[in-house]
Ligand binder design. Structure first.
Ligand SMILES: [Fe+2]
Length: 204
């Protein structure tokens, strides 16, 4: 599956423009995290075998597709939220030729479907999903409602305020520290820059 095929599938499955934008935001963060973690990881890898393993682990389009499609069945499972991600899995099975890594990545973002997050891509989508929501909420309370007015400090200030964007689960965002070894402030910086890079598409 190519990135464009994944994008087309997302807009076909999701009618809500906000959910489509959310998919694009998580895609952008996933690409940035893939680049960042690839560099960090490669510094510690020397042998050729490990390098090959690393190339497989850091296939950027794969990370992007997981970001784009992670919520693709959101509207279809509205009456049965427990099935979230499973309808996407069925759909991708019908299409065929989609890697297990992508399907597992999509399932890994949703608690209760897949009990463990087994690789960096799965851990990344889990944390990025919620942070994209928090950053969007911070942009929307800026006077100009623009991502360009959002700073890392402004997101960090809102982070401990539980009543602000209460749906953006802080514990899940903190998986960046516990599972990716990226300090929260650095993670916010990576994600914010990634979202600012597609601000036009996000309408923010
Ligand atoms: Fe999401």
């Amino acid at each position: 599956m190519t990135r464009d095929e994944a994008y087309n599938l997302m807009i076909q499955m999701l009618k809500s423009k906000n959910l489509q934008k959310h998919g694009l935001a998580v895609e952008a963060i996933m690409r940035a995290l893939c680049q960042e973690l690839r560099i960090k990881n490669k510094q510690s890898l020397r042998s050729k075998d490990l390098k090959e393993l690393s190339d497989k682990e850091f296939d950027e389009d794969e990370w992007a597709i997981v970001g784009l499609l992670h919520d693709a069945d959101y509207e279809l499972v509205e009456k049965d939220p427990k099935r979230h991600t499973l309808v996407t899995e069925e759909k991708l099975g019908e299409i065929g030729g989609v890697s297990e890594r992508i399907i597992n990545g999509i399932k890994a973002h949703h608690d209760g479907i897949k009990d463990s997050r087994d690789n960096l891509m799965e851990k990344s989508v889990y944390a990025s999903d919620e942070l994209s929501g928090l950053i969007t909420a911070v942009a929307l309370v800026r006077p100009d409602k623009k991502l360009s007015s959002v700073t890392v400090e402004s997101v960090m200030k809102k982070f401990p305020q539980k009543s602000f964007a209460a749906g953006a689960k802080r514990e899940q965002i903190l998986a960046c520290e516990k599972e990716l070894n990226i300090p929260l402030e650095e993670f916010v910086g990576i994600a914010l820059k990634a979202m600012q890079g597609i601000a036009g598409e996000l309408g923010l």
